[in-house]
Design a binder for this molecule. Structure first.
Ligand code: PLP
Length: 367
């Protein structure tokens, strides 16, 4: 067999070639220096100083392998959020935990449910493991529990929802989440993706549901409010039997030593987290009102971004292009089934004013 024959014989697992490559938010514009990146829901205040100091200290120990049980980080998470440390699993971003759940529980013949405007990685987790992705309608950009329950079959193994959701920013209440958990078929798991949970004052991200049921997992991340997206750290909280399964598919050194100590310091810096939450709420509410006054409505966002609705896809794209020419990067979310929308990350005060000013210029035709 020649070289070509060998290539033809080497085949990816079923589903892998159905994956559309994930596109992250843009971070550069050719020829523009003062770029304002509001395309990836990053924290405009960066990480806590305590996390940065921990990272510098860790640089002296780079020749050492990291801990495999992440005990100190799990302890910090458990202390701050009043969780059982034994039931926490840490991942290389919450994305890795979400993927491990699919790896462990979904394969060929199994169905993985998520909603039409849900996070773009959910179908990738399904396809990467040979399972069948099933898209379920939302109701006016809000997760529809009845539609999800109606879409369940005996093959349903995982239901992923983000609460708050990305890119809509909307949330459903605890009673609805509980109804979903209680209504999915026996043997299926509800995954509550809480990437933006810390932005919601007083929200437990699903802790009570995880602790009172055997079929709910919650995931959370250090990439958003903790400002550590570049280090890749997230975690899951689940009933013990599920943790025992997930620990078997997790790589022993999946988190680097610098990431572990930085995350631990970030988790314990409650003042920085509180400041980021308060500032986000203030700027988000100001920006939503300012946009509405220009004729750009948005659903009430509970996260660190706003989904602005334009009159048409053409207008949204034209505004996106204009902003890009001004060095402001937003996320066009046509690929999320929202062709007339732009997602705008909430920045600091100056950034919010800059983006609102530029959108105002566009709306008034001063371009
Ligand atoms: C809804 C949602 N879930 C999960 C993630 C994954 O985050 P990470 O892997 O950085 O923890 C993101 C990132 O944007 C997200 O928006």
């Amino acid at each position: 067999m020649g070289f070509e024959g060998t290539i033809m014989a080497i085949k990816a697992q079923p589903g892998v070639m159905d994956i559309a490559l994930y596109k992250g938010g843009k971070s550069h514009v050719d020829g523009i220096e003062n770029v304002l990146k509001l395309s990836s829901n990053e924290n405009p205040f960066g990480a806590s100083d305590a996390a940065k100091d921990a990272l510098v200290r860790a640089s002296h120990e780079l020749h050492r392998y990291p801990s495999t049980d992440h005990a100190a980080l799990r302890r910090a998470i458990a202390d701050v959020w009043h969780l059982d440390a034994e039931r926490i699993i840490c991942g290389n971003g919450s994305g890795e935990v979400l993927m491990m759940i699919a790896q462990a529980y979904a394969g060929p013949g199994d169905e993985v449910l998520f909603t039409e405007h849900g996070f773009a990685m959910y179908p990738i987790y399904a396809n990467a493991n040979g399972a069948t992705p099933v898209v379920v309608k939302e109701r006016e950009r809000v997760v529809d529990v009845d539609a999800l329950l109606a879409a369940c079959t005996e093959n349903t193994k995982i239901v992923y929802i983000a609460n708050p959701a990305n890119p809509t920013g909307t949330m459903i209440g605890e009673a609805d989440v509980a109804r979903l958990a209680d209504g999915i078929p026996q043997g299926a798991i509800l995954v509550l993706d809480g990437a933006y949970a810390e932005y919601v004052e007083g929200y437990d991200a699903g802790k009570a549901l995880v602790e009172s049921r055997d079929n709910v997992i919650m995931t959370r991340t250090f990439s958003k409010i903790y400002g550590l997206g570049g280090l890749r750290i997230g975690y899951g909280y689940a009933p013990q039997p599920i943790i025992d399964v997930l620990m078997r598919v997790r790589g022993p050194f999946n988190l680097s030593a610098p990431a572990l100590v930085a995350a631990e310091a970030a988790m314990r810096d409650a003042a920085h987290t509180a400041k980021c939450r308060a500032e986000n709420t203030k700027q988000r509410d100001w920006m939503a009102r300012a946009l509405a006054e220009m004729g750009l409505p948005s659903d009430t966002s509970t996260a660190n971004f706003i989904l602005a609705r334009f009159a048409s896809a053409e207008e949204a794209l034209a505004c996106n292009d204009y902003l890009m020419s001004q060095g402001i990067l937003l996320r066009y979310v046509g690929g999320y089934g929202l062709p007339n929308c732009l997602r705008i990350t909430v920045g600091d005060e100056a950034s919010c004013r800059r983006v609102v000013h530029a959108i105002g210029q566009f709306k008034r035709g001063e371009v």
